[in-house]
Design a protein around this ligand. Structure first.
Ligand code: ADP
Length: 300
């Protein structure tokens, strides 16, 4: 369990992290989501003692990071996959990590296999790694000590779609075995398929948090987009049920759930050719909540 309590970090007059409070539970993947510069990395650096908090505390399983004995055995950390000595090979980095944590060298081969780095890739110098290979190595390093807690900053950066899917599976099964996972991203779609909980941060402040359903409820009332073989008849049937709709493209936008629309169509015997949720989804919520921190669309 990670507990972040009232954490603030200022740089001169600038507040990078502003009174941030949240917790990450065991058995769950928590996504930490926000646009570039929102304060995710700073918060994560504070968690592991690399940056001091101006105010507030972070504990991991009840202890501040620096008080955890042999921390690599408890907390796996990947903050910057490129922050490795370029002249070392992947195998050397893992071997050094294993020896520092008092682990057998056999653990290195297990981790290389887990992240699909081949023996010849493991021998290559890190300066010749692609970003995706560095991320795989970083994940291997984070998992080396078989920790209970994982803190990963933008781990999907540089991974190809297959790599992202692989990582998703890895993190899900890690949480299913009782692990606590916090992973950050600036991309909603990277996080929403894996995260059980999401923390949305914008300009240093938490703007929303909760599971998918809680966030979707905040995103506003449900709407449906529907196309049928007889849209005017469907609109009339909906109106008879007291449901408003308007023409949208080749179909209708209906101010009700997809279920309501499906039932009305069934009762009226109208064939649907397309029916989907058209409500403000998570992406809209994310953009809306962090709007004043997005560069795009900001007045100059
Ligand atoms: P994110 O990880 O969400 O992209 P960061 O935590 O890296 O955001 O940065 C949050 C804000 O704090 C940014 O505006 C960044 O420029 C600023 N910041 C981070 N570290 C420092 C520092 N050492 N000195 C001054 N400003 C910093």
């Amino acid at each position: 369990m990670i507990e972040v309590q009232g954490v603030t970090r200022t740089y001169g007059g600038f507040t990078a992290v502003d009174d941030v409070t949240f917790r990450c539970e065991p058995g769950r993947v928590t996504g930490f989501l926000g646009p570039n510069g929102a304060g995710k990395s700073t918060t994560m650096r504070i968690m592991v003692g690399l940056t001091a908090a101006t105010k507030g505390t972070v504990t991991i399983d009840g202890l501040p990071f620096h008080q955890i004995p042999n921390p690599g055995r408890h907390v796996g950390v990947l903050l910057d996959a490129s922050a490795q000595h370029g002249g070392r090979s992947g195998r050397e980095v893992l071997t050094l990590g294993a020896r520092m944590m008092g682990l057998p060298d056999s653990r290195v081969d297990e981790m290389l296999t887990l992240v699909s780095l081949t023996p010849s890739e493991a021998k290559r110098k890190i300066r010749n790694y692609s970003l995706g290979m560095k991320q795989r190595l970083g994940i291997a390093h984070a998992l080396l000590g078989d920790p209970k807690v994982l803190i990963l900053d933008e781990p999907a950066n540089g991974l190809d779609p297959a790599g992202i899917r692989w990582m998703r599976g890895l993190l899900k099964s890690y949480a299913d075995r009782g692990g606590t996972v916090l992973l950050s991203s600036h991309l909603l779609h990277e996080v929403e398929q894996v995260a059980d909980e999401m923390i949305l941060i914008g300009r240093g402040r938490i703007v929303a948090q909760g599971d998918r359903e809680t966030l979707l409820r905040q995103a506003g009332p449900s709407q449906a987009l529907v196309t049928s073989l007889d849209n005017p008849a469907l609109a009339a049937a909906l109106e008879a049920d007291g449901v408003a709709s308007e023409v949208a493209g080749t179909g209708l936008r209906v101010h009700a759930s997809t279920e309501t629309v499906g039932r009305a169509a069934l009762a009226a015997g109208i064939v649907l050719t397309d029916l989907r949720s058209g409500g403000a989804g998570l992406e809209d919520l994310f953009l809306e909540l962090t709007a004043d921190t997005q560069r795009e669309g900001n007045p100059a």
